[in-house]
Design a protein around this ligand. Structure first.
Ligand code: G6P
Length: 367
């Protein structure tokens, strides 16, 4: 097992470091000479043009990838996108558009609820696409089309690199749908694909700064409650950041859409409660800053996660992490990395079994 960890203390930190490679491999499998080509998975331009809307269905972190993708794809391609938890989707009496595409996202390709959701979509005669990591898995075998994420085997229960490749696969879908539907022009298309291809190197840069996050995480090891807030894509990132922390550190954490704070959660803020604000979306930046200010005035200790350039966050937050600039539709790919590191280092500081957290399984094949 030590050999498999390649010098890292745990599989999770090894897999966090494998993200630049995993993202790059996934991009290179569908982008050739700067042009996205999804025809091998059966998504020709003609097929894409006939799709009226997308239903993204998943569980756990894959659901969070879908949440982020919902904002990105809808905005880029101007197509309605709906996100559903597979465990809900499978039992709901849903009205699905017959020209819609159900996209089931799953690392293992074996999650019982996701598989059941896929079967339900098929029984309703709706076209299906699987975004799956494990080759030949049940979901991959049964879907009409398969977009394989190339994360490689993932051992740690808390997903990192597979989640990152799910985000990338969805971004690629968003850009390609946008191109085919004519919602972006040639130049914009080129810029977006270049931005996608630049992500691995930017993830690498974030990883080089991990000691700073480790230092901060060690200080938070005794926290009782942590809240993550953000708007839009930043809300989706908050959900994943909160899950990463709670699943391996056993610290209670919650993600809230920043604007919802005032409807209840703010009553939970006490002196010293850590609130993590995610602020990668420029148009929402000031709004979320004002929510952070509200938390601070109730005694919260604030961490801000934003892009380089948004230095005014230092007027409000007690600790700030900056990520490189990218197209804001793709910000989740960068912002999640410091949050994965934070969850990891808090768990290590608490002396817990990082790779095998209690009560959790890597793949949930029962209902
Ligand atoms: C389990 C894992 C999670 C994962 C979820 C969905 O709960 O611990 O990391 O996100 O299942 O798994 P899937 O294989 O469908 O992506």
């Amino acid at each position: 097992e030590a050999a498999e960890k390649a010098g890292f203390e745990h599989f999770m930190i090894k897999e966090i470091h494998e993200q630049p490679r995993a993202v790059k491999d996934t991009l290179n499998s569908v982008i050739h000479d700067g042009v996205i080509d999804l025809s091998e998975m059966g998504l020709s331009d003609e097929t894409i043009r006939n799709i009226s809307q997308l239903y993204l269905v998943a569980c756990g972190s894959a659901y969070h990838a879908a949440m982020s993708a919902q904002y990105a794809i809808e905005d880029l391609a101007q197509i309605p996108v709906r996100v559903e938890l597979a465990s809900e989707f499978r039992y709901r009496k849903m009205i699905l558009d017959e020209k819609g595409l159900v996209v089931v996202i799953s690392q293992s390709g074996e999650t019982a609820d996701s598989l059941a959701a896929l079967r339900k979509a098929k029984s309703m005669g709706i076209q299906t696409l699987a975004v799956v990591n494990v080759v030949g898995s049940s979901i991959a075998r049964e879907a009409d089309h398969v977009f394989y994420t190339l994360a490689g085997p993932e051992i740690a229960v808390a997903t990192t690199k597979a989640y990152s490749t799910q985000l990338i696969a969805c971004d690629v879908l968003g850009v390609q749908f946008a191109k085919v539907r004519g919602t972006i022009d040639e130049n914009h298309y080129r810029e977006l694909t270049e931005e996608l291809l630049a992500l691995p190197e930017k993830i690498e840069r974030i990883l080089q700064d991990k000691e700073r996050i480790q230092w901060f995480a060690a200080k938070q090891a005794a926290a009782h409650d942590v809240f993550f807030i953000g708007r839009g894509i930043d809300y989706a990132i908050s959900m994943e950041g909160s899950l990463k922390l709670k699943e391996i550190s056993y610290i209670h954490s919650e993600a809230y859409a920043a604007g919802e704070l005032k409807h209840g959660t703010i009553s939970l803020i006490e002196d010293g409660t850590l609130v993590v604000g995610i602020l990668t979306q420029s148009s929402l930046y000031e709004k979320t800053v004002s929510n952070l200010v509200e938390c601070k005035s109730r005694g919260a200790y604030l961490m801000g996660l934003t892009t380089y350039g948004h230095y005014s966050i230092e007027d409000t937050a007690d600790f700030v992490i900056y990520i490189p600039k990218t197209d804001e539709h793709f910000a989740a790919s960068l912002a999640v990395v410091p949050l994965q590191l934070m969850g990891y280092y808090v768990s290590v500081a608490r002396g817990l079994d990082v790779d095998k957290p209690r009560n959790l399984a890597k793949s949930v094949t029962v209902e």
